[in-house]
Ligand binder design. Sequence first.
Ligand SMILES: C[S@@+](CC[C@H](N)C(=O)[O-])C[C@H]1O[C@@H](n2cnc3c(N)ncnc32)[C@H](O)[C@@H]1O
Length: 449
Amino acid sequence: MATQSVLEAPIAPMDAAPGAADAAACNFRDPAFTANRDAPVHRWAPWIAGFSKQFVEDALDRHAPTHGVVLDPFAGVGTTLLEADLAGHEAVGFEINPYAAFACRTKLAAHRVDSPRLREAISAFAAFGETADSSGCEPQSAPPAGFRTRTPFYSPNVLRKMLLALDFIHTLDCPQTADLFKLAFASTMVQCSNYSYEPSLGRKATAGRPDVDDFPVFEAVAAKLSDMAGDAEWSRHARSRPERPDGRVFAQSFFEGYRSVPAQSVDLLVTSPPYLNNYHYNRNTRPQLYWLGFCESPRDLKRLESLNFGTYWQNARERDAVEVASPVADPEILEAVSEVRRKNPEKGVYGGNGWANYAAQYFNDCGRFIEGAKWCLRPGGTALVVIGNSILQGVDIPTDRFLAVIAERSGLNAVEIHSPRDARVGSSIVNARVPGSGRLYESVVELRA
Ligand SMILES: C[S@@+](CC[C@H](N)C(=O)[O-])C[C@H]1O[C@@H](n2cnc3c(N)ncnc32)[C@H](O)[C@@H]1O
């Protein structure tokens, strides 16, 4: 691996992702989560912006040959943590979304699941579903009062079955079995609804699909649970060094919590922070957050949003001018933010100033992330950061290069920018289709302490 800084290389033209020339020889497989859909345990909880287990396997093979500490500061549903744990490393993560953190914890405990007990509970659940359905009995549970949607989230038939399923879950006295049921319930709950991920949560009708009048809820949850029981057995054999404690995830912001990781203790950091695309992880998991009781009111969601890496355009657009903080204030970054700020002043809060504020906050948070990474990484330790570029108000923003610049300004070595996947689509990317603007790509920024 070359140790020359990538920043000494010429700036890549925007029609070619940095490193695209040697994409074929790239060291990492495609990081997109779709590859996890059938992978044991990973498939328990789909995550719209998760990455693939194959990418993490490549990262561990290349950068963590001996057992060590692996950190994911923005853990999502725990792809890094689970793979690191299976491979025998000590896995540590942070995640602000309580549903995602719950999915991580439940997956990391897969090897301790009592599969025969789980299978018994699944049979009882299926029998309960059949009896309750045919007897016409009314559910005891109620839908979460704070969860409001423009049109009913569930049709009456489906709602009744969802509530009956919850009634059953509330009778489970084994906490681990109950967690598995809750995760199976939560990870199938959107498919039974009148909403879908497009990739943001929206009405099926808006996407041209019919509402869901009825759905085999008990069958869908039971099928998920059966997969879980099989995967749990698999994970007991797949987990190398079974005597180790489970991987850990802190349901906390990395910015607030990183000092609880012993200084210079991490061998490898593998992560993907939120991109500069204003994707609302918290809003998009409102069904799971409310129905599992992690949120009760919009105030709870607001608090999560305020913790999010880069905040959101909606929170930044009305401010006068968010400054790029001095550790991040590289001339190239300042110029990109200023260019966005000058765009479309006639559009008021929807014009360039609001987006420039959002970008400035994002790069300030890149600086906070790098500070945390510096604290955690041991000398010689590596960070691999999967990040997508952005196009704001028609201005191309090479977030990968900017992250590398910020890291170098803070004393980390930016070793290489890899290009595992040189095209990306994203309907939530703002103005991505402005004529003449560049294209979307994803990179892996490799940093060394
Ligand atoms: C791109 S996703 C990571 C997906 C993950 N690689 C996986 O495979 O599941 C980014 C995650 O960062 C989380 N996040 C945002 N701000 C955070 C913060 N300040 N601290 C910890 N996690 C944060 C989001 O909730 C989101 O789940």
